[in-house]
Ligand binder design. Structure first.
Ligand code: AKG
Length: 268
């Protein structure tokens, strides 16, 4: 783990980290797709871990949390999680950006995102690309178009200004492997030109001392260690899949998070 921490600090990301074996990853994919048959596409619905036991089990796995601990320390809160899906042949893409641009959090160095592959993430299927070391220079200027491009995956369509892509690397993952990236690492992904869905679970973690500076109300779950600060209202993991009351809490959290991003953007 010392090596992982050193690579994370130097590059702003680490990959691949094996979270579950490939057969288990495909079983998780089947559970996710069975849920989609009941409630429709899960792509980019925030707080998936509140409603799906599969998302929760993956995110709570000790191998993943060991890697998260190496990045942000022993006290770990889960802030958000979403499936990010690119359908086969879909033009959907993600422009170069830093995650933390509109999150409104107090400490850029105490947040890490894990992206766990549930299908092969390859250059052909539109795996992520990262710019090693780009987190070190701090936040960069982002442009947010009044009207986002239809193929843009990000909610607000934001992109970092003037990115030099010459040192960018692909981050391919097999099912069950994860990458972890710092909230200021510049990353992007291109369209899916494969004939399979490209499916990842993105889980966003923070250390408990982090605060929401831009608005009052945020929720999180303690995954490891202690929360000695209480800056986030606690939330509950799912007891079963797609429980109606949990779905309602997820809808409310999804609305809150998306409107918070807009509020942070509008204040700039
Ligand atoms: O799934 C993708 O292609 C991009 C994901 C991303 O931007 C992220 O995990 O922060």
């Amino acid at each position: 783990m010392r090596d992982l921490r050193a690579r994370y600090r130097r590059d702003g990301f680490v990959a691949p980290v094996r979270v579950v074996d490939e057969i288990s990853a495909l079983a998780h994919r089947a559970r996710m797709e069975a849920a989609e048959e009941q409630v429709g596409p899960l792509h980019y619905r925030d707080k998936a871990h509140l409603v799906l036991t599969s998302a929760w089990e993956l995110i709570a796995s000790s191998t993943l949390l060991d890697a998260v601990e190496a990045c942000i320390g022993p006290d770990i809160l889960l802030y958000n999680s979403t499936y990010i899906v690119k359908e086969p042949g879909s033009p959907a893409q993600v422009n170069w950006h830093q995650d933390l641009t509109y999150w409104g959090l107090s400490d850029d160095d105490a947040q890490v995102s894990a992206w766990i592959a549930l299908s092969p993430a390859t250059p052909e299927s539109g795996c992520m690309q990262m710019i090693p070391g780009s987190h070190v220079a701090g936040p960069v200027d982002h442009v947010t178009p009044a009207q986002k491009a239809p193929d843009d995956v990000l909610d607000l369509g934001q992109y970092a200004r003037g990115v030099d892509e010459s040192t960018a690397v692909h981050v391919p993952l097999l099912p069950g492997e994860a990458s972890l990236h710092h909230g200021l690492t510049l990353h992007s992904s291109r369209p899916n030109r494969s004939d399979d869905r490209r499916i990842g679970v993105n889980a966003q973690f923070v250390a408990p001392h982090v605060r929401q500076l831009q608005h009052g109300d945020d929720t999180a779950i303690v995954m490891r260690g202690v929360d000695a600060f209480g800056h986030f209202r606690p939330e509950e993991p799912p007891v079963r899949d797609l429980a109606p009351e949990a779905l309602e809490r997820q809808r409310e959290a999804d609305r809150r998070i998306k409107s918070n991003y807009k509020a942070v953007r509008d204040r700039r």
